[in-house]
Design a protein around this ligand. Structure first.
Ligand code: NAP
Length: 248
């Protein structure tokens, strides 16, 4: 039977690359998006061409009702949810903390922290063996920013990813006895549209050249780590924070 995964923020970037790779491994993929429906449809088409099955799911991860509805839709359609890739995330224009508005801070933590927690909670409720689930795996998409702090750029974003690291460590211990592995990847400078949304489309290319490997990473390179963590090949790995950052 095909395994079923929800990938939040799968319409573009790292989420799309992960969806495509899981499709190639025969998974059924819930492709979540917030605004960009055509991009989500294109991801679903790519999953299908790769050999998997996809279902497009609209929802804001910062909305409890949307998150519950996405998990319900997958369970209703396929009878199970085996995995979550907690990937949806935002940045904001470079700024010092002193210049940040309260609205910006609230949205950053609503999406990157509250949203990730809501998704992880729903996965825990549905996959835990004590609750009738069959176990599973969660991969949280953190960032190298959690250990770098991103001064002068976005300490809010970096701190939101620090929360994701801590969630990963604690939830791995909480859910290990429930048959659920919980890990994180911490990407470095990856060539996606997220940098343009922070006002610096060339950020990955410029700063990536200064990393030990001398280039930015690709979404496909991050997807490889995520898919490995979800797979049975990583059956004894839980609570790990895996840097995919070119040595940065
Ligand atoms: P991206 O290309 O900007 O794509 C972001 C995705 O998240 C899109 O699919 C977007 O959906 C979705 N999204 C945003 N807010 C959402 C919300 N509230 N609810 C549901 N979906 C939402 O980003 P990316 O670079 O692939 O980043 C993916 C993850 O990797 C993020 O958590 C990011 O922090 C992390 N990361 C990225 C880098 C990097 O250099 N790229 C480095 C470290 C960590 P729409 O298309 O509908 O807008």
């Amino acid at each position: 039977m095909s395994k079923v995964v929800l990938i939040t923020g799968a319409s573009r970037g790292i989420g799309r690359a992960t969806a495509r790779l899981l499709g190639a491994r025969g998974w059924t993929v819930g492709v979540n998006y917030q605004h960009n429906e055509p991009a989500a449809a294109e991801t679903a088409a790519q999953v299908g061409r790769a050999g998997g099955h996809a279902r497009v799911l609209h929802g804001d991860v910062a909305s409890e009702a949307d998150v519950i509805a996405m998990f319900d839709a997958l369970e209703h359609a396929y009878g199970r949810v085996d995995a979550l890739v907690n990937n949806a995330g935002i940045v904001a224009p470079s700024s010092t903390l002193a210049e940040m508005s309260a609205e910006r801070l609230k949205r950053m933590f609503d999406v990157n922290v509250y949203g990730a927690f809501l998704c992880a909670r729903e996965a825990a409720r549905r996959m835990s063996k004590d609750r009738g689930g069959e176990g599973g795996a969660i991969v949280n998409v953190s960032s190298a920013a959690s250990r770098l702090g991103s001064p002068g750029e976005y300490v809010d974003y970096a701190a939101s990813k620090g929360a994701i690291d801590t969630l990963t460590i604690g939830l791995a211990k909480e859910l290990g006895p429930q048959g659920v592995r919980v890990n994180a990847v911490r990407p470095g400078l990856i060539d996606t549209e997220i940098h343009a949304s922070g006002g610096r489309p060339d950020r990955a290319a410029v700063l990536g050249a200064q990393t030990p490997l001398g280039r930015p990473g690709s979404a496909d390179e991050v997807a490889e780590a995520i898919v490995w963590l979800l797979s049975d090949a990583a059956s004894y790995v839980t609570g790990a924070l895996i840097d995919v950052s070119g040595g940065r």
